[in-house]
Design a binder for this molecule. Structure first.
Ligand SMILES: [Zn+2]
Length: 121
């Protein structure tokens, strides 16, 4: 344990698996050698508030950074809350090539071809 800030926040420290430097365990990557410090990073994404049928659902995205026993991949799962339970309805894993394709798709959607825009006018 290591006290930081104004003495109120306790920050756990650990040794980097790559260079043995001591660092805050919240770090995803070692700031000195760049080695990944966590093998799995997960986040939840809320549904669109105006799409009624999705209100009890959430998208969980887990990034598996790889290691000795696992290949790196990204897993998407749809979670559903109902009647006191929370469960995954479906899940799929993408490799790095497909994950990069998804990132490009979300960041820069393909422009609508000329003939399609002509029909909209
Ligand atoms: Zn390191």
């Amino acid at each position: 344990m290591h006290e930081s800030g104004r003495g109120r926040t306790l920050v756990r420290m650990r040794a980097c698996a790559g260079c043995r430097a001591e660092l805050d365990e919240r770090f995803r990557f070692c700031p000195w050698c760049g080695a990944p410090q966590r093998l799995k990073i997960t986040d939840f994404f809320r549904p669109h508030p105006e799409i009624r049928g999705d209100r009890q659902k959430a998208l969980r995205v887990s990034r598996y950074l790889g290691g000795e026993e696992d290949v790196s991949h990204v897993r998407f799962s749809v979670w559903h809350e109902g009647l006191g339970s929370v469960r995954a309805d479906a899940a799929v894993s993408l490799d790095e090539t497909e994950t990069e394709r998804l990132l490009r798709f979300l960041a820069d959607p393909a422009p609508i071809p000329e003939e399609d825009t002509a029909q909209l006018r």
